[in-house]
Design a protein around this ligand. Structure first.
Ligand code: PMP
Length: 353
């Protein structure tokens, strides 16, 4: 730390992203990317846009907003496009939390929430997950705090039904409820349908998982237009050109190919169910994941040991050191071929153990 670093950030522990090895020697199942590349159309649009990189991108992101609005059945004023969904989540902490309105989220969830809270000097409370790792929705009723819930939750993959989300919205009418739907396309029911009914709902989604565009950094928020206007105030006060031209163009391209996205999700869901069964046969216990990853622990071997052995075998998965979940690994669903390689490596590791 330099002697110039502001006191306000001295105690900040930054988020630790999953490993991103520079070589391609690993089967990469550690950061929940799609195993499928973006569509040819998305690549072509990015390439065309690159010829105009001397010009600033459209700060209103109108082409992308219009296309997304058409797909979601909302109006373009009800959407804000951001640099990954991490950015809209940070904007939500900036816009809707402060000393008087702390944040509240589950104790086991996306690790960035506590970092955003600390970055923005927002007090926060963490609600323990239930014994079975599901979210204790009762504990979120009438809280008078800004609520952040990942649905499906990460890294458990467990989904809440819309009826539970609606109860939380109803019991917190004077507070924003943020539903982070980074993994919603792999089995959950989206809360976007509730946006017209609740003026306190903000739904966030991403192009990084189901839409095969993690490298482009594109996410978005959906809410009634007053909330989007607040988020735009934050955006125009930080970085009005938050989406670069190539990302914007390829984003429209991928949305034009939405049928392909849906098909890819179906393939991933099928591969997930295949992998779950194979891992159960090997002695693993799994959470009921509705995401593009599974969360698994073995009856005889520790989580960290399995993570290390898999890495030696050329397969990267994600292990978290936190006490409650240290026996588990989060494993991204890749292609069927990649998952067969994982299963075969696990068989060898367990036999050798
Ligand atoms: N929410 C959750 C629950 C996540 O796991 C992630 C991905 N790490 C994000 C949001 C952010 O994803 P991105 O910024 O790539 O849209």
């Amino acid at each position: 730390m330099s002697r110039f670093f502001s006191n306000k950030y001295k105690n900040l522990t930054p988020y630790t992203p999953g490993e991103q090895p520079k070589d391609f020697k690993y089967i990469k199942l550690n950061t929940n990317e799609s195993p499928y590349p973006p569509s040819k159309r998305a690549i072509r649009e990015a390439s065309k846009a690159s010829k105009l990189l001397n010009l600033y991108p459209d700060p209103t992101c109108s082409a992308l907003n219009n296309k997304m609005a058409e797909i979601l059945g909302v109006s373009p004023e009800e959407i804000l496009m951001t640099n990954g969904s991490d950015e809209v989540l940070n904007f939500a902490f900036m816009a809707f939390c402060d000393e008087k309105t702390p944040a509240i989220f589950p104790d086991i969830t996306y690790g960035f929430y506590s970092v955003f809270a600390e970055l923005n000097n927002v007090p926060y409370e963490e609600i323990p997950l239930k014994e079975d790792f599901s979210i204790d929705t009762e504990a979120f009723m009438g809280q008078n705090k800004t609520i952040f819930i990942a649905n499906p939750n990460a890294p458990t993959g467990i989904c809440l039904p819309l009826s539970e989300i609606e109860k939380i919205l109803k019991s917190n009418p004077n507070n924003i409820v943020v539903i982070d739907e980074a993994y919603i396309d792999f089995g959950g029911e989206s809360a976007v349908s509730l946006v017209p009914k609740y003026d306190n709902l903000l739904v966030t989604q991403t192009f990084s998982k189901s839409r095969s565009m993690a490298g482009a950094r594109l996410g978005f928020g959906v809410a009634q237009k007053e909330i989007i206007a607040d988020l735009n105030t934050i955006k125009y006060s930080t970085n009005p050109y938050n989406i670069n031209k190539m990302t914007m163009a390829s984003g429209v391209g991928i949305l034009e190919d939405n049928d392909r996205t849906i098909k890819n999700c179906q393939k991933i869901i099928k591969t997930r169910e295949f992998t779950k069964e194979a891992l159960k046969d090997l002695g693993f216990t799994l959470t009921p994941s509705s995401a593009n990853f599974i969360f698994a622990k073995h009856k005889d071997m520790g989580g960290e040991e399995i993570y290390k052995k898999l890495k030696e075998a050329g397969i990267l998965v994600r292990h978290f050191n936190s006490e409650k979940i240290k026996d588990y690994n989060r494993i991204t669903i890749g292609t069927k071929k990649q998952m067969k390689a994982l299963i075969s490596a696990l068989k060898t590791i367990l036999e050798e153990n």
